[in-house]
Design a protein around this ligand. Structure first.
Ligand code: B12
Length: 543
């Protein structure tokens, strides 16, 4: 058995050889590793499994052997799994599940069945217990454990929880002690996985400090194939947007990283050849002071000379001072959570910005050489053709580089949207839909199946575990056509895909910004494009 650092180097080489060569034909000796982490996200363009990178680093730091099997960079994932488990017998297999679905209407692709299939496959190859984690997993934790037959899941941060799980598997099996753990109570008369599911409180440790080496996955391959890599400056979000599920996965307490630690990590990625980053914070500028401090540290180390970066941001707080330091720190693009430019819709979505703030955010970005995208969320509770028109007209006048006109709000359990649909909180008077004549009005407390605002691609009872969307009925029978007509060919907008027309059984031209299997992006990145996907698509359209 190879030990210590040399073993880790071998593991690193092994992982990278596997990911480069699809694990075919590589001779293995049977080895005992404690933990094998598997990335199952094969969506293209590929996004690096940053969560696994952090978890693997933490486990290694605790002196535990860990392998990373990255199915995204393998040509044949089934063969990769077969070859790997023919040669390795880990004690625990950890599977990262980033996206439970693509959260995009009308594609509404659900990835849980494929995860269940992968788990069935792994069960035929190893007796190791299986633990799930990841942001998509954390949103639906118990349901996914139940649906896939996994032994365990970790809701929230995986770094410490997975180490505790390994320890408890070996000694006490005191599973109730492990924060974040979803587990099955022992059920002696039955075999694996049939006991009742128990959930511990989520794993959101504070203060937050992470390893900065970022060398457990092949970040450079992701940079080449995915055009960017990620870094987090904090975890958690203290906002309460009506539709957002971030609090389920990351918690509502802002857990800030030391700016020097963030900068160390950026330097590690630069050292691996990564030149473009996308911050993985829900909103970089919340809190503003922390964003400012991170930028100050980047400026102090002159990082802008070596890396450029993009961020998701709330529209407020944002001011000239922050815009200036962001641009000096290497920020080249911001995607703002605009949602709408109509006051009643901003209120419905529980946003604290005004439409004037959107105008100011775009102007500040322009003045500081930062490209700007505004993400809109059309079709929410109370949306009418007038409110959509008001938003689109305003955005056209404000002139961002681009705007994402997403139509349809993914309804997540445990969010304000789910409450709206359940009729548990009545719609406020001023956001009640002004429905056209003859359109049935949703009744508070009415069954979801009869709610005319709900859109889905599955049969049976409405279940928010599956991709389920809200599009205000007031937008009429062809809401995407309505939105596209209002956009009227303005190339700055990413439009919703037009409804399937019964007479032709075809869909309209897609000019949307769904990054799920987006071949336009894949081709552009192959030819050398780098950056946030909206920026790459924008460049393609303007050239
Ligand atoms: C940044 C971001 C992006 C960026 C990514 C940039 C980059 N270079 O990384 C971009 C814009 C490209 C993007 C694209 C998409 N995204 Co996105 N994105 C995010 C965001 C804000 C952060 C994700 C992230 O990296 N977090 C940081 C890492 C460290 O956290 P983590 O993955 O959760 O890992 C931790 C734990 O989960 C756990 N863990 C992870 N793996 C494992 C494994 C084991 C075994 C264990 C025990 C624990 C564990 O430990 C980790 C460390 O603590 C999240 C929302 C959020 N706040 O998380 C949405 C989010 C993940 N995205 C989402 C979606 C839907 C998408 C798209 C599918 C959208 C689309 N249709 O185009 C694409 C998919 C792209 C792809 N190829 O996968 C959804 C997924 C929701 C769902 N239904 O599952 C989210 C949650 C946003 C939302 N609420 O809608 N995204």
């Amino acid at each position: 058995m190879i030990a210590g650092r040399s073993r880790r180097v071998c593991r690193f080489l092994h992982t990278h050889l596997c990911t480069f060569f699809g694990m075919h034909g590589i001779p293995y000796m049977t080895e005992q590793s404690m933990l094998t982490l598997i990335n199952t996200n094969r969506m293209v363009p590929p996004i690096a499994p940053i969560g696994l990178d952090y978890v693997a680093a933490s486990v290694r730091k605790a002196g535990i052997d860990v392998d990373v099997l990255d199915l995204c960079l393998c040509d044949d994932p089934d063969a990769a799994l077969r070859n790997y488990f023919a040669a390795h017998s880990p004690e625990l297999v950890g599977i990262s599940f980033r996206n439970a679905d693509d959260s995009f209407w009308p594609s509404a692709e659900w990835f849980v069945p494929a995860l269940a299939e992968t788990i069935r496959n792994i069960r035929t190859l190893t007796d190791a217990a299986i633990v799930l984690g990841g942001v998509g997993f954390s949103i639906f934790a118990e349901r996914i454990v139940e649906h896939t037959g996994a032994d365990f899941g970790i809701r929230g941060d995986g770094e410490k929880a997975v180490i505790s799980l390994l320890k408890e598997l070996r000694r006490g099996r005191g599973f109730e002690r492990i924060d974040g753990l979803i587990w099955r109570q022992a059920c002696p008369e039955r075999s694996r996985g049939n006991g009742p599911i128990r959930s511990n409180k989520p794993a959101w440790p504070s203060p937050l400090s992470l390893a900065t080496n970022r060398d457990a996955i092949n970040n450079f391959a992701y940079f080449q194939r995915g055009g960017q890599c990620g870094v987090e400056t904090k975890r958690g979000c203290n906002r309460c947007c009506l539709y957002c599920a971030d609090h389920l996965a990351k918690g509502v307490t802002l857990r800030l990283r030391d700016p020097a630690e963030v900068a160390d990590e950026v330097e590690s990625l630069i050292g691996q050849g990564v030149e473009v980053l996308h911050l993985c914070d829900s909103e970089f500028n919340i809190p503003r002071e922390h964003a400012y401090a991170v930028c100050e540290e980047f400026v102090r180390r002159s990082l802008a000379e070596r890396v450029r970066w993009y961020a998701y941001m709330a529209v407020v707080p944002f001011d000239a001072e922050l815009a200036l330091i962001m641009s000096r720190a290497g920020c080249v693009g911001v995607d703002f959570t605009g949602d709408s430019a109509c006051p009643s819709m901003l209120k419905a979505y529980r946003q604290s910005h005004l439409k004037e703030d959107l105008a100011s955010a775009v102007r500040l970005c322009r003045e500081h050489g930062i490209k700007v995208m505004i993400d809109l969320l059309l079709g929410g509770p109370g949306e009418t053709s007038e409110t959509v028109a008001e938003t689109i007209d305003f955005i056209k006048r404000v002139e961002p580089d681009c705007a994402g006109a997403a139509l349809g709000v993914r309804i997540y359990p445990g969010t304000g949207m789910a409450d709206v649909v359940a009729g548990e909180i009545p719609l406020a008077g001023d956001i009640s839909p002004r429905l056209p004549a003859g359109v049935p009005r949703p009744v508070a407390g009415a069954k979801a199946e009869t709610n005319p605002n709900i859109h889905r691609r599955y049969d049976g009872p409405v279940d928010f575990f599956r991709p389920t969307f809200y599009i205000s009925q007031a937008l009429g029978p062809r809401p995407a056509k309505l939105v596209r007509d209002l956009i009227a060919g303005d190339k700055r907008f990413f439009e919703p895909m037009e409804e399937i027309l019964p007479e032709t059984a075809t869909t309209g031209q897609s000019t949307d910004h769904n990054y799920n299997d987006n071949t336009e992006l894949v081709e552009a990145i192959k030819k050398g494009a780098r950056g946030a996907y909206w920026d790459i698509l924008h460049e393609l359209r303007s050239s």
